[in-house]
Write a protein that binds this ligand. Structure first.
Ligand code: GAR
Length: 215
């Protein structure tokens, strides 16, 4: 069985979507560990609901980013995970961390990258009057929200809608795409080669894949 580690900082709705897909077998892998850098978050309750082992590693307990990342790796590397999944993990990771897991580390980001790396993506899309918004799943490199893109999902912004409603629609896309990408990676249908994403014919995805969602 392939092994996954999921890293969260908050609500964990993506964690739940991934855990469900592992439970039903659509992702043929087990979540060996959930790491949260925040205590008392809903994501930890969700981990418990799925009987997943979880650990809280708080960045405030460490003197530097490198020390924190080292503590994360101390938990992660002995598991020998096939994939480490960032699911709303809201800390910048050092190059020591990203390089130690190169090709085995993916992230989901709520924008159509390269637009809006960083925070407040939804607000920026609304304020700029964008017609489209969306999500990107990518391999993690040492550039913030920068690594090679695996897949993107897009929706049409309704200018009359609130930011909260937009976030809710974005989550629906995330929950549809992220488990599928993870399934394809653990099945070996998607892999990182150098700085390029390689897609086998069996993959749901392909180069420059962007799906439009009517959610
Ligand atoms: C998701 O929308 C994810 O794309 C975003 O945090 C949210 C976590 O939601 N991630 C980032 O902004 C990373 N830069 P969740 O905790 O309910 O899965």
């Amino acid at each position: 069985m392939k092994k996954i580690v999921v890293m969260i900082s908050g609500s964990g709705s993506n964690l739940e979507a991934i855990a469900k897909a592992c439970q039903t077998g659509s992702i043929p892998a087990s979540i060996e560990l959930v790491i949260s850098n925040q205590p008392n978050v809903k994501g930890l309750e969700r981990a418990q609901k799925f009987h997943l082992m979880s650990k809280i590693i708080q960045h405030q307990d460490f003197d530097s980013r490198e020390d924190f990342d080292h503590a994360l790796l101390e938990q992660i590397l002995p598991i020998e995970p096939d994939l480490v999944v960032l699911a709303g993990f809201m800390r910048i990771l050092s190059s020591n961390f990203t390089e130690a897991l190169n090709g085995r580390l993916i992230n989901i980001h709520p924008s159509l990258l390269p637009d809006y790396p960083g925070l407040n993506t939804h607000k920026q899309a609304i304020e700029n009057g964008d017609l489209m918004h969306g999500i990107s799943v990518h391999y993690v490199s040492n550039v913030l929200d920068g690594g090679p893109i695996i897949s993107q999902g897009a929706l049409k912004i309704d200018p009359a809608q609130s930011e909260a409603k937009l976030i809710n629609r974005i989550h629906k896309i995330e929950h549809a795409i992220y488990p599928k990408v993870i399934a394809d990676i653990v099945k070996g249908h998607i892999a990182l080669q150098g700085d390029q994403v390689k897609f086998e014919a069996e993959s749901h995805f392909g180069p420059n894949h962007m799906e439009f969602f009517n959610v």
